[in-house]
Ligand binder design. Structure first.
Ligand code: BJW
Ligand code: ZN
Length: 296
């Protein structure tokens, strides 16, 4: 046997045999899950907005320095996400949430949780859509079907009093209207006064997007740790596995004796340790590996 582990397999039948024995299954998803819906990823060629690296705008410091620019970035992404449609990978994962569908594919009484780093709200939307055709029990606070660990684009949080409101208005405020069409240089940058940016519904102070920036604590970490420690299979879908703590969940699963399957367009950090590696667009590889046809 090669040292330290054999190379990951891309054998779908072998993967299905593992699924058949799996009781607690988690997915750790990233921007690549929504790439097939037309959304940009964070790293690589697509990871720029105007001339800025997306990751440099996803920080509390960037917001403090230039809330107008950061709000324009998030307004652009809100507008895009609102109009984007779930792709075949979102739908396959949503359908897999149905215990009836898993019954013939996984071990009896299996559980399935999608832990997504994405803030675009497309996975919850796909889940809502498929519940009209497949039976899915309501998720609960303790056992949600989807955990949006980096927050949600459509939550707006007060930067002062922490009041949270769900807001899908398009545009979110008059001053941001049309700025999503400005795509290039700094010359065209509109500087919106803070009083015209989104404000807290409660206290009227400046509000911010309800997402988790670098240096902030992701949501539901205790719940996710529990899920990872008890998982016997982890599907790592469309993430570069470079941002922690999400990048560490596959290791936790493996450390507790579970298996890991990576679905990505390209080789990513740590995938050599995975049991399975399915290279290609996840909107093709996920439905194929799970054996779930798109029926929506
Ligand atoms: C396809 C595809 C297709 C394309 N099909 N595939 C060591 C340990 C712990 C923490 C740290 C550490 N070192 C540093 C830290 C801190 C930091 C960190 O990890 N930094 C790294 C850069 C090193 N982490 C944090 O600050 C986090 N907080 C934290 O650690 O708090 C402390 C704490 C921890 C634990 C307990 C208690 C306290 C917070 C991280 C927040 C990240 N925020 C962002 C922005 C969110 C809002 C927004 O969307 O704007 O999250 S940054 C950005 O990166 C975003 C993403 O969710 C995240 C991950 O990116 P993702 O999804 O992987 O995207 P890409 O672009 O990198 O990859 C896409 C992949 O898809 C590629 O591989 C493509 O090939 C692939 N792909 N098309 C399949 N069709
Ligand atoms: Zn407030």
């Amino acid at each position: 046997m090669p040292y330290p582990f054999p190379a990951p397999s891309s054998d779908v039948d072998a993967f299905r045999n593992v699924l058949k024995k799996s009781v607690n299954i988690i997915v750790v998803a990233g921007a690549g899950l929504s790439a097939g819906s037309g959304l940009s990823t964070f790293r690589g060629a697509g990871g720029y907005w105007r001339r800025f690296k997306a990751t440099t705008l996803a920080t509390p410091e960037a917001f403090e320095k230039n809330p107008s620019r950061v709000w324009q970035f998030y307004h652009y992404r809100r507008e895009f996400a609102l109009r984007a449609k779930p792709n075949a990978a979102h739908y396959a994962l949503a359908r897999f949430t149905s215990p009836q569908i898993r019954e013939s594919i996984c071990a009896p009484k299996s559980t399935f949780t999608v832990i997504t780093q994405n803030v675009d709200g497309i996975s919850p939307r796909a889940l809502k859509e498929v519940t009209s055709s497949v039976s899915i029990p309501e998720g609960t606070h303790e056992h949600p079907h989807i955990i949006e660990m980096h927050g949600r684009l459509f939550d707006v949080i007060c930067a002062k009093c922490d009041h949270v409101s769900w807001n899908i208005n398009s545009p979110i405020c008059d001053a941001l209207a049309g700025t999503e069409k400005i795509l290039e240089a700094e010359d065209h940058e509109v500087n919106i006064p803070v009083e015209n940016l989104p404000r807290c519904e409660g206290c009227g102070e400046l509000a911010r997007p309800g997402v988790v920036w670098f240096g902030e604590t992701p949501r539901d970490l205790d719940l996710i740790d529990d899920l990872a420690q008890n998982a016997d299979l982890c599907l790592v879908v469309g993430t570069s596995s470079t941002v922690y703590p999400a990048a560490g969940y596959a290791d936790i699963v493996r450390g507790c004796g579970g298996k890991v399957a990576v679905f990505n367009m390209e080789r990513t950090s740590g995938d050599e340790d995975a049991d399975f590696l399915f290279l290609g667009p996840c909107e093709e590889t996920i439905p194929a590996a799970l054996g779930i046809a798109q029926e929506i």
